[in-house]
Design a protein around this ligand. Structure first.
Ligand code: V47
Ligand code: SF4
Length: 389
């Protein structure tokens, strides 16, 4: 089952390493990006996925809260940043408005709230601490996954507290985990051009490191397919792998395909599906110390997310509603994404995988493999669609 041989000695050596559960080097990672065919990568990545999870495929039920879609930063890939010039066209929710959105989910079986949005001065440390407290007071069982180093860096500086002090304050207020956004591409050669002004790659990593030291778990992303090259991608994966060796605090890695609608990089073509699947597979092979690789299906389409389950991916995030608008601003594949639990379970089972509902920390909540759905049991699920950070 594990025999992959080619006439390329380097590729043969890499498959031998993967077979023996050994780590590949930076140069080997780069070699894969530069030379390996999709079939070869898929085979290796799928072996690793199988070894770690068998056929288990995870999803969760969450909803997304975006305080604002206006932002002081001007990341060239982001469709939010253009709105700062015409601020009136965006939204800026008050704490009360945000709590009303939270309350609208009261009767729904969601386990997580994912909060991320643009950066604006009024959303400061006190605002977020008050918001987290209010959410936990209202619904203690809802897991608060919120903000990214982009917001942390900005609000902690403004409040004149260190990263550690700020994170402690937010943790005490109810912050339970940190999503993967704001990572983009760490290498300054690229980051300075696409995300100048916001936290650096080193600062992003430092904040996650401190959060892990405080006992927290977090995710990581990489925004690929714009002006970066294969070296920048492996450099990004390598920094994540190094930090994970130190802390073990990352749960999931999520490759994010750059979508080119309505932003300052709209002139760039998007990557092909082959390149997307190659990126999932290489991420699975390179990040040997990450438990999970997640495909964010609203951005890549449900069909490609389904295919990705054979290319190293073991998590497809979740069911969805349309509480967030930002995905369509960036040109996602799914213009009206809605996937009920039943649809999601069918999608996973159709490729021979086992659908497992998880909570944020990957505790198993329900195994859906033998679930029989009556029509009246079907519900439209809920999940986040953050495209900012
Ligand atoms: O940091 C912004 C990206 C990220 C575009 O942790 C874009 O569970 C593609 O991090 N094309 C935020 N991507 C989303 C995010 C996320 C998503 C799902 C789950 C989790 C998690 C985290 O979205 C930003 C940025 O890298 N993004 N604009 C765009 N045009
Ligand atoms: Fe602001 Fe985040 Fe968009 Fe950058 S990616 S402009 S920080 S919302």
């Amino acid at each position: 089952m594990f025999e992959i041989t080619t006439s390329d000695h380097t590729l043969n050596a890499i498959s031998e390493k993967v077979k023996n559960n050994e780590r590949i080097t930076f140069d080997e990672g780069l070699y894969l990006y530069d030379h390996a065919e999709l079939g070869y990568l898929g085979n290796l990545a799928h072996q690793i996925r199988n070894r770690k999870h068998g056929t288990n495929t995870y999803f969760n039920k969450n909803f997304h809260l975006e305080p604002t879609n206006v932002c002081i930063y001007t990341c060239t890939f982001c469709s939010y940043s253009r709105l700062i010039k015409k601020r009136g066209e965006g939204w800026e929710y008050t704490l009360e408005e945000m709590m009303n959105i939270v309350k609208s989910f009261d009767e729904k079986p969601v386990t997580e709230i994912h909060i991320v949005g643009g950066v604006l001065p009024q959303y400061d440390l006190k605002f977020y601490a008050d918001l987290f407290r209010a959410i936990k007071a209202h619904r203690p069982d809802l897991h608060v996954k919120a903000l990214t180093p982009v917001e942390f860096h900005y609000i902690f500086k403004k409040a004149k507290v260190s990263y550690r002090e700020g994170l402690e304050i937010l943790k005490e207020a109810g912050l339970e985990s940190v999503p993967g956004g704001g990572a983009e591409i760490f290498h300054p050669e690229i980051r300075d051009q696409i995300a100048g002004g916001k936290c650096t790659g080193d600062e992003w990593l430092e904040i996650h490191k401190i959060w892990h030291e405080l006992g927290g778990r977090s995710n990581a992303t990489m925004l690929y397919g714009h002006i970066e090259n294969n070296f920048h991608r492996i450099h990004h994966l390598d920094l994540l792998r190094q930090l994970q060796d130190e802390t073990g605090g990352f749960q999931t890695f999520i490759p994010l395909k750059f979508r080119n609608q309505d932003n300052q990089m709209s002139h760039l073509p998007e990557t092909s599906v082959i390149e997307d699947l190659r990126t999932y597979a290489i991420s699975r092979i390179y990040l040997d110390n990450f438990d999970h690789i997640k495909a964010y299906w609203p951005m890549i389409s449900r069909e490609i997310a389904q295919l990705s389950l054979k290319f190293g991916v073991d998590d497809i995030d979740g069911t969805i509603d349309d509480t967030t608008k930002i995905y369509s601003m960036a040109g996602s594949e799914e213009q009206n994404p809605a996937l009920s639990t039943k649809d999601l379970v069918k999608l996973i089972k159709a490729v021979g995988m086992r659908p497992i509902e998880r909570d944020t920390l990957y505790n198993v909540l329900k195994d859906y493999n033998d679930e029989v759905f009556a029509d009246d049991e079907e519900f439209k699920g809920y999940m986040s669609l953050p495209v900012v950070g």
